[in-house]
Design a protein around this ligand. Structure first.
Ligand code: ATP
Ligand code: MG
Length: 554
């Protein structure tokens, strides 16, 4: 492909709307363009990357025996009413109405549609297990679409759904999907981790997320330095219980300053609309996902300053567990259980209790794990390991749904004995378009994108220096282009009428793994100039040597 004929609208300036490096570089490099909030057009260069990711995903899915289908984006409301999600899903579900006043939605996911297909078409246990997948556009009216492809409203997902007579069979397919995901992200050249994940309000059985490691990731993932333990920080645990060293009990006293003992913070949250107090040791981070599990609430959020004032009549700073306003449910983190002579707000403005002790001065509320683990905590799985934390971008999710949908939607078959059996389900998602952004995020440097060989839009770039002035250079560059293309490489030849500096900067920006420069000077010596995108040195090499480099991959 000749760059002079290729639609490659690069930008010199970093677009002000883009915060994240991947978003900036994908815009600047002419991979995508924004149409509206969370809506992006894939330009030719970007689409080439997306198609390669899709191809890898498709190959590995097919290899497991999963079969590709393509379901509609527009889905009838009736199915969502049946599953109970028409009400539950909230404003992320974009609802639309047709000319006959019938309700529909744009599919954010396809459990309902696939369950409807399964209950109509799967008649016998002999057809099981079955795993169907698609690579398709999803729409979620995200509350905060941002970071370009990373959290878009319209995006491309691979979603697979499996149906089974029994849990054993689901476990097998789940493992096969887990392994396939590992192969996909390895083949894509990404540094990733699979972690145990929250099964959330749906209450599935088992769930793992796949994260691409990158400092800008929205998720914190926790793993052990010694053993295989790895979990999303939302649910990671540690056996560390803290507590105070044994000491003589001090008298409880009111004071105007918190004092030097350990301090308990009382954190007001709203769980499905109901206020709850969480007690944590000062400095420990409350984990609202864990709190949600204990409280069996779908949505737990911090209370606003107004809500706190209405609850207790004092600012958050002075809230404390002694003499709590009556009727408000309170949970204590395990780590406050072992504290002695602690201090806390006194529920009066400007006053604190010091020297508090459980049972003597106040009752210990029900205790639970409410704290987010920190780097350096002990591992919950092995005796010796210490937990570490890295940031991750969630690019895949495998999930055992059990009978959550099949019960409500009546997905049953007759088993061997002729009994009606409700099927168990698994679902398996990959954020295909998010992977493109995640790869940029993981590998970009100060000059631009560095594509892994498996995702690059072109295998290599040829820069023809002063091609408009030198017929020799243009002819040599074109010949090289044709030869390499015939050898099976995809090639972008920069034959534009631009200064060499601009040409080099463009090549660096768009991130092709290899660059070959054709210049008059090198030609006279029968040489070409080679540089790998991640390298810093130019090498003068013969064509054959360059071919060897290309063959060796990155
Ligand atoms: P998140 O926590 O990031 O919102 P999710 O739990 O809602 O993700 P799933 O419903 O499991 O995501 O969707 C499967 C995959 O689709 C995710 O692992 C992610 O890679 C991708 N994905 C989800 N939401 C978006 C989005 N708004 N833009 C791009 N990709 C997305
Ligand atoms: Mg989401």
């Amino acid at each position: 492909m000749r760059a002079s004929q290729f639609f490659l609208p690069t930008l010199k300036e970093t677009p002000a709307e883009a915060e994240l490096v991947s978003h900036q570089l994908l815009l600047r490099g002419g991979f995508i363009r924004r149409l509206s909030s969370g809506l992006y057009t894939w330009l030719p260069l970007g689409l080439r990357v997306l198609r390669r990711v899709e191809a890898t995903v498709r190959e590995e899915m097919d290899r497991t025996g999963a079969q590709e289908v393509l379901m509609p984006v527009v889905q009838p409301a009736e199915l969502w009413q049946e599953s109970g999600r028409w009400e539950q899903y909230g404003p992320e579900l974009l609802r639309i109405r047709d000319r006959h006043q019938r309700d529909f939605c744009l599919g954010p996911t396809h459990e309902e549609v696939i369950s409807d297909l399964a209950r109509r078409e799967i008649r016998s246990y002999r057809q099981l297990p079955i795993n169907l997948y698609q690579i398709q556009t999803k729409f979620r009216d995200e509350i905060r679409p941002r970071f370009g492809l990373m959290r878009a409203r319209e995006f491309i997902m691979k979603d697979a759904y499996s149906f089974h007579l029994e849990m054993d069979s689901l476990n097998q397919t789940y493992t096969a999907m887990y392994d396939a995901y590992g192969r996909i992200f390895t083949r894509l050249g990404l540094d990733f981790r699979a972690v145990e994940a929250d099964t959330g309000a749906i209450g599935g059985k088992k769930s793992h997320e796949f994260h691409v490691l990158a400092d800008s990731g929205e998720d914190a993932i926790v793993f052990c330095g010694e053993c295989s333990y790895a979990a999303n920080r939302e649910l990671a645990t540690s056996p560390d219980r803290g507590g105070s060293p044994a000491a003589m009990p001090e008298p409880a006293q009111l004071a105007e300053t918190p004092g030097s003992g350990p301090r308990i913070r009382q954190i007001p949250v709203i769980a499905d609309g109901v206020p709850v107090f969480l007690l944590l040791q000062d400095g420990d981070e409350p984990n609202l996902v864990k709190a949600g599990h204990v409280l069996e609430a779908q949505d737990v959020r911090p209370a606003s300053p107004e809500e706190i004032w209405n609850l207790a009549g004092v600012p958050a700073e002075f809230l404390g567990p002694k003499d709590i306003p009556s009727g408000i449910r309170t949970l204590a983190d395990h780590r406050v259980q072992g504290l002695q002579n602690f201090c806390a707000g006194a529920n009066q403005k400007g006053l604190y209790w010091t020297g508090l002790n459980w049972h003597r001065d106040l009752d210990l509320p029900p205790a639970a794990d409410l704290r987010s683990v920190e780097a350096g905590d002990s591992c919950p799985q092995c005796d010796t390991g210490i937990l570490r934390i890295r940031r991750g971008i969630e690019v895949g999710h495998v999930f055992q749904l059990g009978t959550r949908y099949s019960t409500r939607m009546n997905v049953t078959v007759q088993d061997e004995k002729g009994h009606e059996q409700t099927l168990v389900m698994g679902c398996y998602g990959i954020g295909v378009s998010r992977i493109v952004a995640a790869a940029v995020e993981q590998y970009a440097d100060e000059r631009g994108i560095c594509w892994p060989a498996s995702m690059t839009p072109f295998d290599l770039g040829i820069v023809a220096i002063n091609a408009r002035k030198s017929a020799d250079v243009l002819a040599a560059a074109l010949q090289l282009h044709d030869e390499l293309q015939a050898a099976g490489y995809s090639v972008l030849l920069d034959d534009r009428d631009e200064r060499p500096g601009v040409q080099f900067a463009t090549m660096d920006l768009i991130g092709l793994p290899h660059r070959i420069v054709v210049s008059e000077k090198a030609l006279t010596q029968g040489m070409l100039e080679y540089r790998s995108r991640r390298g810093t040195e130019n090498e003068f090499l013969q064509k054959e040597e360059i071919l060897m480099r290309l063959h060796g991959g990155n």
